[in-house]
Write a protein that binds this ligand. Sequence first.
Ligand code: NAP
Length: 349
Amino acid sequence: MGMHPVCSADAPRSSTRRGGLPAAYVAAGGRAINCKRGVQGAMTRVLDGNAVGQTIREDLETGVETLADAGVTPGLATVLMSDDDASETYVRMKHRACADLGIESIHREIDPTDAPETLFDTVSALNEDSAVNGILVQMPVPDHVDKTRVLRSITPEKDVDAFHPENVGRLVAGDARFKPCTPHGVQQLLAAADVDTSGADAVVVGRSDIVGKPMANLLIQKAVGGNATVTVCHSRTADLASKVGQADIVIAAAGVAELIDGSMLKEGAVVVDVGVNRIEDDSERGYTLVGDVEFESAREKASVITPVPGGVGPMTITMLLYNTIKAAGLQAGVDLPALADLADLEVSA
Ligand SMILES: NC(=O)c1ccc[n+]([C@@H]2O[C@H](COP(=O)([O-])OP(=O)(O)OC[C@H]3O[C@@H](n4cnc5c(N)ncnc54)[C@H](OP(=O)(O)O)[C@@H]3O)[C@@H](O)[C@H]2O)c1
């Protein structure tokens, strides 16, 4: 199926884009990957999502400049209706990333005890605001707010999370306006690591609307970064270990700390860990973040693996910036050839 289970420490592989690949992206193939020798003697590549994300952000700067030449400053609006620390942190990180790239960002905070209409009125106003190209309502919203209605309230052209049914439908139909940020980030990571998904057996652990389902959809598309044979596992899956054990590519998105360990993996599997789980401990912060994969044992079997933190997380934010710039271009009628997607990426066989 054309994957590269080993890499050379002195000559790391890199992806190449057809037609004008920004040099910085090629360089990421080298910078983003650390190699460690596993028990079988093969080199395991630990993918650095910060480095891959940074390289894509350098591409995105060109998009921002093209928009500036047309008199357009991209704008992202975030809406938070929660007191949750993690949600507040995620929103802060998104604003910081916008500022770094020259994207304007505005923030609307709603008291979690307010009536749902306060949230819907806020989103309606942002839908009408021409300075806002992308709108993101940070999840979760309080129980008394209908989550489905929230996702439908954002106008599809500004739905940079790509959760609106119109955008979900377009993704499934192979005509995505926006790809959801986390699965798109995973796809970009795989491409940066030269992992050829075509013909690969992929197992996605998790079937949520924001990660598992769209991830599976991207992987089965008849397109670059797709063409995999996909099995989707969930909490009712019988014998998860046997499903995972057959996979060339494992995408773990269950939200269960260290659910998957090395003993479950096929030798040379590519392992992408989306999970972020807090394990309480005596540290100053009071917790440690771990993924859905038991990293140390998995690294002994995997050919490629992402760490937590520092793997998928930075890619999610990068692809949010990508979608916001894309949205600004679509809304202003500005062509952004610099926004190369996987369609322009040649993953060597
Ligand atoms: N790094 C990032 O940028 C990023 C972004 C989004 C999410 N995340 C993280 O990714 C993880 C998943 O997020 P999510 O929003 O998709 O979570 P979610 O909505 O809770 O979905 C979890 C999925 O995993 C399945 N599952 C739970 N326990 C399982 C088990 N023992 N075996 C197999 N499948 C199991 C569930 O099955 P059922 O459907 O049967 O319940 C569900 O489909 C979380 O840790 C989250 O924090 C990270």
